[in-house]
Each structure stands twice: as C-alpha cells, then as structure tokens.
Design a protein around this ligand. Structure first.
Ligand code: NAD
Length: 421
C-alpha cells in the first residue's frame, strides 16, 4: 500500500469534522502521529545467511492511555500502512471508550517463507528493536495479520528478558499459559457478531436468514463465518488468498475450516464451486463482509457491488472513493472501527488482568465484551439518527468528540513540556 492509504483515511476523518464538536487544537493534533520508528531486524536464517527485515512501530496518539494496536507480518507492510492502521486504532479505542490510544507495528516479510525457528528469531529480534518505545504504560502491541498467540508469547518473553522482570501487560493476545484471557482468539468475530445483531434490524429489516459473502478466511473471517452459520445466516461464498468458493444454497463452513486447517488454504475445496476472487465481491448477497486487507473495494470495482450492506471486518477494506460510490448507490456500510473492535476490547481485559494479577473467566470476558459492543453500537446508531449521519461518519464523530475532550482536558500547558502524555 502507498502513501495514498493515509490520505484516504484522513478523508473519512475530515468528512466527520463538520458534524463533530471539537477544538481546533485537537483537530490539528489528530492529523499526524506522535512518533514513528523504523527498525532493521537482522535474522540468521537456517542456511546460515543473514537477512535484514524492515520493521515499524507507530504511536499515533496516546492522549487517552497507552497506544494500542497489533503487529502485522506481510510482504506489503510499509511505514504508510502502519501509520494508517495506527490512525484507525486511535479512533477505534476512543469509539469503544477504552483507556488506550492508537498504535500499530509491522514487519515486511512473507511469514509463509520462514521456518518456525526463523519466525521466532525474527519476532524476538523485532521486539528487541522496538523495546524502548513499548511497555504496559506506553504502547501495548497485540496480534494482527499473520501474527497470533505464538508470536505474542515469544514477544512477551523477549521483553521480560530485556527488562529482567515480569511485564505481562506489555503485549496482549498471549497464550493462556502466559497471562492471556480466554476468548481472545475469537474476540474480533464475537464482537462483530454483537455489532451485526444490533444493527441488523436497521440495515437488513425483515430478512430472516441473510446471505453473506466473506472475503478473507483467516482468524477473523473464518471464525465469523462459523458464528454466522450458527446464527442462521447463509455463508454463500468465502475466499482466501488462494481461492474463492461459492455455493448459492450455502456453504458447509465447518468443512471448509477443517480443510483450511489441514491443508493451509482453501484451494481444492471439499464443497462448493471455485469462482474468481473479484466475482465474490460482486455477488448478489445481503451482506458483503471484507475480512482480508485494506483497499479490497475501490473505485474500479465498487460499482459492481450488489450487496445490500457492507460489513467491514478488515481494517480499511473500502477506499474513500468506493465509500462514496456505495453511499450513492444506497449500500449501507457498517464501519471497521466499530465492527472489528472486539479484539482490542478483549485485549483491554487481558491488560487489566495482567496489571491486577487477576484471572478472568471466559464467562466474564464474553459478558463484558457483549456489553461494550452493544453499548457503543447503540450510541453510534443514536448519533446517526440524531445528526442524520451515515454510520461511518457517526462512528468517527463519536470517537473524535471523546478524543477532543481528553486533549482539551489536559490543557495547553502540556504542549510546552514533556508532560504531554
Ligand atoms: P489473518 O492473517 O488470520 O487472515 C487474513 C486472511 O485474508 C487470510 O485467509 C488470507 O489468505 C486472506 N487474504 C489475503 N489477501 C486476500 C485477497 N486478496 N483475497 C481474499 N483473501 C485474502 O488475519 P486476520 O487477523 O483475520 O485479519 C484480517 C483483517 O481483520 C485485517 O484487516 C486485520 O487488520 C483485521 N482485524 C483483525 C483482528 C484480529 O483480532 N484478528 C482485529 C481487528 C481487525
């Protein structure tokens, strides 16, 4: 992704500004990140050769608490992409009223090309390179694309070695054995289901068994597909980076998940027919659910979208142009900063548990997650009605007003010293 991604993200922020009550200071401060770090990570490969990987960690804003955001491993990771993802995290944590700001990290790497031990050396090396700018009170990483609890466990351990002490709250999404909380791996899809159920009467009134096409069959997309199937939805198409599968009558999602787990991809599926990747985005469905990477729906294909609602599980799956085209076509879009906020919300529970030395039960995690997701979804719906806004604009207004209030409460004196935390 290019610099355009950040410009594109700022467009949504600017669209919300006329509808939000915020100070000029807050408006200016939200236009650029607090800090950006680029690191080079040397890794000894299994064949004895040294390879240098580029890594990034961006703290976009930390007015409301430590920066919070995942670490992505993908060949296309750039400084601009990480900055944009950190920008979205800033609004997401404010929208959910979590005591966090927004951050993000990433390494430009194709993890599928690395052995397990190379991946571990890279993860530990990257953590060591960013150790000075993270910490439980400063910036708290978590999983994102192609990183999960295994990587978070290595990173938590590497940080403990560097600091010579236990700091489990330095990263979230850890294995249970290292201070993770139950329900973290399904938190994003569980949260998305709560949002979906809350908005469904508004965006799909009177539809009993809605159909869905889901792009991206990884952690978030495949678990959501399973959750939808058990909530009476029909998943009629799913895709990953290797194949797209379609069955107008509804796919056997458990069979496809098993196939993906055992073979590593959706290619040669046991059920359904293979279709083109772009074809999936243009199917006539109740809900199109992009759950892969940013920019999937753009000016070049948005006019072909025939869904009634787009439910953004991925971060930034629609460009600003696509957003405009869908709006004009009357397609409702439920925005990413609300839909996929379940992951960071359960990360908050994990961070709280780590700092208090407490253990949270799965029941408590699920109950608190539902409460947070439903409360903030209803607040966005109410704001949309009250100020006559699209759901994305309403979500941004809700977040911007919380950020502005916190920035203004700190007073301008903080801007002249090092007390600007
Ligand atoms: P993941 O790596 O587990 O899965 C990504 C999936 O997308 C894989 O199945 C991959 O094959 C597929 N994919 C990649 N390019 C594709 C393409 N062009 N067409 C179709 N499929 C493609 O990642 P994830 O954790 O599920 O994250 C997916 C999205 O959700 C990302 O935008 C991420 O930032 C966002 N998100 C994830 C979480 C979380 O907790 N996992 C939380 C918030 C947001």
């Amino acid at each position: 992704m290019t610099e355009d991604l950040l410009e594109d993200a700022i467009v949504r922020f600017e669209e919300a500004l006329p509808h939000a009550e915020l100070s000029e200071d807050a408006c200016d401060r939200l236009r650029a990140p607090v800090s950006s770090l680029k690191v080079s990570v040397p890794v000894r490969m299994d064949d004895g050769k040294l390879r240098i990987f580029s890594g990034y960690r961006v703290r976009y804003d930390d007015t409301r608490g430590p920066a919070k955001g995942g670490i992505r491993y993908h060949p296309a990771v750039t400084a601009a992409e990480v900055t944009t993802l950190a920008f979205w995290m800033t609004f997401k944590t404010a929208l959910m009223d979590l005591p966090f700001g927004g951050g993000k990290g990433g390494v430009a790497v194709d993890p599928k090309q690395l052995s397990a031990s190379e991946l571990e050396r890279l993860s530990r090396g990257y953590l060591a390179a960013i150790a000075d700018v993270i910490g439980p009170n400063v910036d708290v990483p978590a999983p994102d694309v192609a990183t999960g609890e295994l990587v978070m466990g290595w990173m938590a351990h590497e940080y403990a070695k560097i600091r010579r002490g236990h700091h489990p709250g330095v990263v979230t999404g850890k294995p249970l054995a290292l201070g993770g909380v139950p329900g973290r791996t399904s938190a994003t899809s569980d949260g998305a289901l709560h949002v979906l159920r809350t908005v469904q009467p508004r965006v799909l009134p009177g539809v009993d068994h809605p159909s869905a096409a889901i792009q991206g069959f990884g952690n978030a997309g495949s678990q959501l597909a399973a959750g939808l199937a058990s909530s009476g939805w029909r998943g009629i198409a799913v895709s990953d980076s290797s194949a797209a599968i379609h069955d107008p009558k509804g796919l056997d999602i458990p069979a496809l998940r098993e196939h993906k787990t055992s073979t590593g991809s959706l290619a040669d599926p046991p059920v359904g027919e293979e279709i083109g990747a772009e074809e999936l985005l243009c199917l006539e469905v109740d809900a199109l659910i992009p759950a892969a990477l940013e920019g999937a729906i753009h000016a070049g294909n948005a006019e072909k979208v025939r869904a009634r609602v787009v439910f953004e599980v991925a971060n930034g799956p629609l460009t600003a142009d696509a957003d405009r085209i869908l709006d004009e076509a009357g397609v409702e879009v439920v925005p990413d900063i609300l839909v996929n906020a379940g992951g960071v919300t359960v990360s908050w529970f994990e961070w709280v548990a780590n700092r208090t030395g407490d253990r949270w039960t799965e029941e408590a995690v699920r109950r608190r997650l539902e409460e947070r997701m439903v409360t903030e979804t209803k607040a966005v719906l109410a704001l949309a009605d009250e100020r006559e806004l699209r759901l994305r604009t309403a979500a941004y207004v809700h977040a911007i007003e919380r950020l502005s209030e916190a920035m203004d409460a700190k007073g301008t004196a903080a801007l002249f010293g090092d007390g600007d935390r």
